[in-house]
Each structure stands twice: as C-alpha cells, then as structure tokens.
Design a protein around this ligand. Structure first.
Ligand SMILES: NC(=O)c1ccc[n+]([C@@H]2O[C@H](COP(=O)([O-])OP(=O)(O)OC[C@H]3O[C@@H](n4cnc5c(N)ncnc54)[C@H](OP(=O)(O)O)[C@@H]3O)[C@@H](O)[C@H]2O)c1
Length: 288
C-alpha cells in the first residue's frame, strides 16, 4: 500500500516526497494533479489508491489575506474542510493521517512565551483560527478511532519547493534583498522557532516509523529568535556586510496581527537540532 503525499511539490512536501520515496512506494500529488478543494474527485483518488498513510501539506498560508472575507473562505476550504475530509477518508480506508498545523494557533505574552502540545490554542488572527479549526476536525475524529499525527511547526525554511509558484523562505528573501539594498528593515519581534524542512521531513518520518502514540506533536528546530536576530545570524554566517534596522511590528502595515511569542515546546519526542546548525547546513548545501 502506498504513501500518499498531498502538496508534494510545496516547500515541505518536496522534502517529504524525496525522503519517503527512498524507502517506500510514494504517490506525491500537487496542484497540477488534483484540486484539493474538490473533495469528490479527491475521495475517488484516495479510495482507488488505498494508501496506508496520507500526509497532507496543502494549506492556505496567505496570512494577511485570511483577514478578508474571500481569503478566509479559501482558508476555510483548505485549512478546515480539507483536513476534515481527509480525516473521514482515512477512517474509512484505515489509513493513518499526518497533518501540519502552525505556531500561529498560539499567541503568547511577555509572561507566557511558549506552549506545550496539550495547551489550549488562542489564535491572534484568522489564519491561526482556521488552522486551529482544522486541528479540531482531526482530533475529534481521533475519538472515533482515527490514527493521526498532528504536527505543529513554525517559520519553515529550506530549498524552495518544486512547484511553479513555490515561495522562497525568509533567508532567501533576505539574501536577495541584500544584493540591491544598503539597509534592510526587519521586525525584531515574533519570537518563535525556525524549522528546516529537511529536519522536519526526517522527524515526521521518524514519528511514523517508530509508531509513537498518535496525537499532537511540536516539531521545530531549537533556539527561538525574532526575525531580526535570525537575519543577523544569516549575514554573520554568510559573511555579508549589510545594515540591519530593527523595527516593531506595528511599524509595518499588515492586515493580520502576528503573535509576539509563539514558541512551540517539544515535550514528547526527540528534539531537533539548533536552528543555527540547520541554517549552516542549508547555506552550505542549498540552492542559495
Ligand atoms: N511555511 C511556514 O513557515 C509554515 C509555518 C507553520 C506551519 N506551516 C504549515 O506547514 C504545512 C506546509 O507548508 P508549506 O510552506 O510547505 O506550504 P506550501 O509550500 O505552500 O505547499 C503547499 C502545496 O500545496 C499546493 N496547493 C495549494 N492549494 C492547492 C489546491 N487547491 N489543490 C492542490 N494543491 C494545492 C501548493 O501549490 P501552490 O504553490 O501552487 O499554491 C503547494 O505546492 C502547511 O500545513 C502550513 O500551514 C507552514
């Protein structure tokens, strides 16, 4: 029985596809193969394939657009209705479901900066709300016998996905900007953990292979930082001299409020390495 990866040409999905296909028969689908909002066709595909494991990386990730009505309707389809449909189908065919959620389901304060797996979410924006509702669709079906790994992660970086509209990650955007600008303005807030997509793909595979108990997991690289601190480290490692100006969130116009603190604590499984080490590997081996 194959492993089905949805969103297989996205940033995380590309790494999952590479890694899983080394050891397993893997079917990796993306936008050009199916429309994740057409649940009838998706259900027929899944019933035909009968995968033992479904890994879903498809999501609506345009955080600011989620604040308007049309954006939220798209987010609801992909972040809530899709995981609900996948959970139902997984129950029906006896597949295990792996789904990804976000640190944005939490919004911390100076007094409460980090969150363990079993804490109750309190999203600060509509994107976080949609991801939290998607989580609930899955955990609710856990009570009906669904075997699932719900993985929360944050600030993904790594090689851009293979799809035509793959988005570059923060570090690649910074490196690009540094080629043309004398000074870069970076938010010195939003303390949370970067996560290298290669490490996350490997940690995901480990969860499944080791058959750890089903449930919610936090998989992030170690060492929380703000965007500004991360940019400083990037240019230090690359030995690029560029002026960085730290700004506060409220100085940028963005429709969605960002959580000031959303550090995910991994209290349940093997911790991933520190993000600086992962960044070093990415800069040495990546396509930047
Ligand atoms: N990126 C982050 O920093 C971050 C942080 C926390 C959590 N997460 C979560 O991690 C997971 C993976 O994120 P990612 O950054 O790897 O996402 P991504 O790069 O956007 O990958 C998602 C893939 O799904 C495809 N897709 C989108 N809508 C589709 C549709 N209607 N039908 C078929 N395919 C569709 C996308 O194609 P297009 O590119 O053509 O749209 C893309 O290839 C998501 O659940 C996300 O919420 C991400």
């Amino acid at each position: 029985m194959p492993i089905l990866i949805l969103g297989g040409r996205g940033n995380l999905g590309s790494q999952l596809t590479k890694l899983f296909s080394v050891d397993y028969e893997t079917v990796s689908l993306d936008r050009e193969d199916f429309d994740a909002t057409n649940f009838v066709i998706l259900a027929a595909k899944i019933r035909g394939l009968k995968p033992e494991l479904i890994i879903n990386t498809v999501a609506y990730n345009a955080v600011d657009h989620c604040e308007d009505k049309d954006g939220y309707a798209s987010a609801f389809k992909l972040n809530v209705n899709l995981p609900a449909a996948l959970a139902d189908l997984s129950l029906e065919i006896g597949a295990i479901l792996i789904h990804y959620s976000s640190d944005y389901v939490f919004s911390g304060t100076d007094q409460k900066q980090s969150f363990s797996e079993d804490e109750t979410p309190n999203p600060a924006n509509k994107y976080g709300e949609s991801k939290f509702q998607g989580e609930r669709e899955i955990t609710r079906r856990g009570g009906l016998g669904l075997g699932y790994y719900l993985i929360r992660t944050s600030k993904l970086f790594g090689p851009a996905g293979e799809g035509p509209s793959a988005k570059p990650s923060f570090f690649d955007i910074m490196l690009d900007l540094a080629q043309t600008k004398q000074e870069l303005t970076v938010v010195n807030e939003e303390l949370s953990c970067f996560t290298y997509t290669l490490d996350l793909a490997a940690a995901t595979k480990r969860l499944w292979e080791l058959e750890v108990p089903f449930g919610i997991y936090h998989l992030v690289n170690g060492g929380p930082v703000t965007w500004y601190e991360a940019a400083m480290e990037l240019f230090r490692q690359k030995k690029i001299k560029v002026a960085l100006r730290a700004v506060r969130s409220e100085n940028l116009f963005r429709a969605a409020r960002r959580p000031k603190f959303s550090i995910l604590q991994n209290t349940k499984v093997h911790k991933l390495r520190n993000w600086k080490e992962a960044l070093r590997e990415y800069l040495e081996t990546g396509k930047n």
